[in-house]
Design a protein around this ligand. Structure first.
Ligand code: CMX
Length: 140
């Protein structure tokens, strides 16, 4: 089941200056900052009202964000959709012919399970499916 938009991802050259800009634009604070080495990105989540913007900066030239900015410049990089069961959604979408970038969900920012759909099969929009993993409280 699709729950709604989790966040809008924006590719930026400089995370610090863009974070400052978006904090001013949205009059909001940064909720979360994280490095995702597996994706070679640094992220900052800024929440405004009920919506979240994820600023993404490349950690090196091999990052998908570097390649995106080189080709298209800074701007909207992906739309993340929150789903209840990411494996079921991937199965459903695969069966309709949508091309999956990630056949198997992987760990993304904020300890969520994530999987991307290829923009060539989704009207040129990179879509990320996100499933939140409930916090597990450690018991002594
Ligand atoms: N939105 C729309 N189109 C995109 C795109 C994006 N974000 N990124 C790439 N494309 C387009 C390219 O412009 C290119 O189009 P043309 O063939 O018309 O030139 C096409 O997709 C292929 O792009 P490519 O650079 O040759 O690269 P790949 O096919 O190898 O990979 C993609 C493209 C989207 C699958 C890859 O960038 C990817 O896996 N992205 C998901 C991972 C990611 O973005 N991680 C960073 C986010 C981290 C996080 O939030 O967890």
């Amino acid at each position: 089941m699709v729950k709604g938009v989790a966040h809008i991802g924006i590719a930026v050259n400089d995370l610090a200056s863009s974070t400052k800009l978006f904090r001013t634009l949205l009059n909001a604070r940064v909720e979360h900052e994280e490095e995702v080495p597996s994706q070679k990105v640094r992220t900052a989540m800024i929440k405004a009202g009920g919506d979240t913007f994820e600023l993404l900066a490349a950690m090196d030239s091999e990052s998908a964000i570097s390649k995106f900015i080189e080709k298209r410049g800074e701007g909207i990089h992906h739309v993340a959709i929150e789903v209840e069961d990411i494996v079921a959604e991937l199965d459903r979408l695969r069966s309709t012919g949508v091309v999956l970038v990630d056949e198997i969900p992987r760990l993304g920012a904020e300890h969520c399970l994530v999987a991307f759909l290829h923009p060539k099969s989704t009207n040129g929009v990179l879509i990320e499916l996100v499933q939140k993993i409930p916090d597990v409280e450690e018991k002594e």
